[in-house]
Design a protein around this ligand. Structure first.
Ligand code: CTP
Ligand code: MG
Length: 197
């Protein structure tokens, strides 16, 4: 048997990790939603820079708007669930103005990070859809977290950095590549993606 205080600390760490995952969901959904809504006019309008596409045909306006919209919508549903369940603090997002702001920044930030990832890939002459380990799995999470850390620094610090809350960040860093891979295999089997990564 674990000593009571250690068991308590472990239980707290699990709750922190789960809550950190919950709070990050509006940053996780947009990528998959962009696969489903994407197509049509590319964000870079087909333009190139130094002989290589700015972003490539894999980044479209429809994917951006559909993905961001899906992330924000999910965030609103989560706020509804928090309120119905009687969780205080809007389930961890804080006062409503901040809660809405964080959700929008997470959803939009994740797709901006995804675009920055494609920009870097094109500069390194990696073609659209080709694998680029680490960057492919983390670009959206980095985009979302960097922007939210700038826009809502104290919320980001207390949720993902301070004390045991760092467990939430570590958990996300471990889970994200697995989820990313899983979702891409699903998208591939559904015929929505040409490659399973
Ligand atoms: N998608 C989109 N618009 C976005 C993001 C994604 O239309 N802003 C769609 C595209 O159909 C894209 C698919 O989602 O092909 C998968 O996204 P991703 O893996 O990020 O793009 P890749 O095609 O792999 O291109 P890149 O090499 O630039 O990452
Ligand atoms: Mg890809």
């Amino acid at each position: 048997m674990l000593p009571d205080d250690l068991a308590m600390e472990l239980a707290e760490a699990v709750i922190i990790a789960a809550s950190g995952f919950w709070l990050a969901l509006p940053a996780m959904l947009p990528n998959s939603a962009a696969v489903l809504t994407g197509g049509g006019t590319p964000v870079d309008l087909g333009r190139s820079w130094k002989g290589r596409r700015l972003l490539g045909d894999g980044k479209t306006w429809r994917g951006f708007l559909g993905g961001a919209g899906a992330g924000v919508l999910l965030g609103l549903v989560m706020l509804g669930i928090s309120s119905l369940a009687g969780w205080g603090d809007n389930g961890g997002y804080g006062p409503i103005g901040q809660a809405l702001g964080v959700i929008v920044v997470l959803a939009v930030g994740s797709l901006l990070g995804d675009m920055l990832g494609s920009f870097v890939k094109r500069r390194l002459d990696v073609p659209r859809g080709a694998k680029m380990p680490i960057l492919d799995q983390y670009d959206f999470l980095i985009g979302a977290f960097v922007l939210v850390a700038i826009a809502y620094p104290s919320w980001f610090f207390t949720s993902y950095i301070e004390g045991w809350n760092i467990m939430a960040l570590i958990t996300l860093l471990v889970i994200t590549p697995l989820l990313h891979r899983g979702m891409n295999i699903l998208g591939y089997r559904m015929g929505k993606k040409d490659v399973p990564w």
